[in-house]
Design a protein around this ligand. Sequence first.
Ligand code: G3H
Ligand code: 13P
Ligand code: ZN
Length: 316
Amino acid sequence: MIVTTKQLFEHAYGKYAVGAYNINNLEQTMGLFRGNLDSQAPFIIQISKGARSYTHKLMLEGLIRSADQVFPDAIFAVHLDHGDEETCYDCINSGFYSSVMIDASHEDFETNIAITRRVVEAAHAKGIVVEAELGQLGGVEEHVKVDEANAKLTDPDMAKEFVERTGCDSLACAIGTSHGAFKFTGSQTLRFDVLAEIQKRLPGFPLVMHGSSSVPQEEVERINAAGGNLKGARGVDETQFRRAAELGVTKVNIDTDGRLVWTRVHREYFRDHPENFDLRPIGKVFMAEYAKFIAHKNEMLGSAGQLEAVRRLLKG
Ligand code: G3H
Ligand code: 13P
Ligand code: ZN
């Protein structure tokens, strides 16, 4: 069942965070649904602009609609990740997405407000909710590359003004994380002090943490042992998710860790099965490993085991 992120956040706020996972293909979609049902968790499917154009935007839509039929117990939101204004309108008008992110965080404050406000008006007119971003994460985003040194943490006072003036439904805050597998290369750490100040000014308002992959060292070592070259990759300590949730983070974005699962499974499989040229055996291994990975993340986020409570809330 497709719901809005707003409905999921109402149940989660202050208690746990909902996992927001990016997908690009069939195997990820199957693993995602299985992992969330195995761990009995509500979840958010994220589709980036790159994912929409990897094959065709309608292909992912078709996959998700089919998965909704194959897994009728699943409760999830369908969310555009890091949208520009044009892509937001395309998703809003598609009648498929329940939530969009407008990311105008690279613009100046007033321009970010103006763009976000326009998207909020168009989305709310169709019952779709909007995530916006203020501040800038380090790392590579779809259309912008930001140096760690130039990443700008979210200013708590500006966050309050931004939310009031835009009417957005949730806010992605820069609190020291970055996108990709190489986080915290300098002296950067997670800034819970900044998060606490934002929550103080926006009590009860859902906050979002991007760049939340933990880049497990065991995963990196296995990839490197199987021929990879990911030296110095480092991520967020996943034992800190619950603390972030207590401070108002209701959505935690994870993409890179899923890519690491894919890389490890494929590198090890082809190393160990050099005679193989069939795509299904490896696809099956990946779907099972991806499901395990999702279930583990949900345990760390606290969303595992919340599915039936969310269903009851939705039924009213
Ligand atoms: O923050 C970006 C997400 O990890 C999506 O990555 O734009 O390469 O699909 P992508
Ligand atoms: P990671 O690169 O840490 O997985 O972050 C993903 C993300 O923020 C997607 O919007
Ligand atoms: Zn992101």
